[in-house]
Design a protein around this ligand. Structure first.
Ligand SMILES: [Zn+2]
Length: 256
């Protein structure tokens, strides 16, 4: 009798081990950094979403997609920088890749020097040339802004929503505000052919519409149809095709 119990017990252990090893979740999560004491929580979310990166991030960083005004330092993973109301740039962060926008066709005011990241300018040049072929009249209203400049407009503009110093993507040199001469940075831009074309084409050049409508609870910023952020074509395509924000891209594609 005792022998039989041992045999049964052995079989039970064997089948549960087999179950463990044939569950694809355990094979998949092995490839990713995780906390093994949280496996059950990861598995639950993985079963709901089939997205292992999302499952791990959701458990490890439950508040990541909730904007507030935390003072975490902005970070860069896979060469993509995240700047928002939670993750801020330091006062002395100045991109090393800044160049001047010298093509006066691109910019609204020619009496000020506008700086931008070199790769962003290269990508914008391609976008701009294509926009001309479509008879569109795009103008860059704003590009790189220093921490000090952001601080000065933040203190001045009490009624409008202006990003706090350190929380503006413009400090990266990778963000540009694009509109038309007539509409400027207002909601009147939203229904122009320029806005519609940008919405549908900017990703082909590596730009994303950074603060989309109905995603304010994730980005922490009100909808801005004119604010574009350069992330490179590969990432921009993923974000565009899956209707994500940059925050969601980090959450669903990159282990934080
Ligand atoms: Zn902007």
């Amino acid at each position: 009798m005792k022998k039989l119990i041992y045999i049964l017990l052995f079989l039970l252990i064997l089948t549960s081990c087999k179950q463990l090893s044939t569950n694809p979740f355990y094979d998949i999560i092995k490839e990713y950094p995780h906390n093994s004491s949280l496996l059950n929580e990861y598995e639950k979310i993985y079963n709901e979403t089939n997205n292992i990166v999302y499952a791990i991030n959701k458990v490890n960083y439950p508040n990541f997609l909730t904007p507030n005004s935390s003072n975490y330092l902005s970070f860069k993973i896979n060469n993509i920088q995240l700047v928002n109301t939670n993750y801020k740039l330091s006062k002395n962060y100045i991109p090393k890749t800044l160049v001047e926008i010298t093509n006066v066709d691109y910019i609204k005011r020619t009496n000020v020097i506008m700086m931008i990241d070199q790769n962003t300018l290269n990508a914008y040049t391609l976008l701009f040339n294509e926009s001309l072929l479509n008879n569109l009249n795009l103008i860059v209203f704003s590009s790189y802004r220093s921490y000090e400049y952001q601080e000065s407009i933040y203190n001045k503009e009490e009624n409008n929503f202006i990003a706090a110093p350190g929380a503006s993507e413009h400090q990266t040199g990778l963000a540009i505000d694009i509109s038309t001469k007539d509409t400027g940075l207002t909601e009147y831009f939203d229904n122009t052919p320029e806005c519609i074309w940008l919405t549908n084409n900017a990703h082909k050049y590596g730009f994303i519409k950074r603060y989309p409508k109905d995603k304010e609870h994730i980005t922490g910023y009100p909808h801005e149809s004119w604010h574009y952020r350069y992330v490179g074509v590969e990432v921009a395509e993923i974000i565009y095709n899956n209707n994500l924000t940059l925050e969601e891209y980090f959450y669903q594609y990159i282990i934080l």
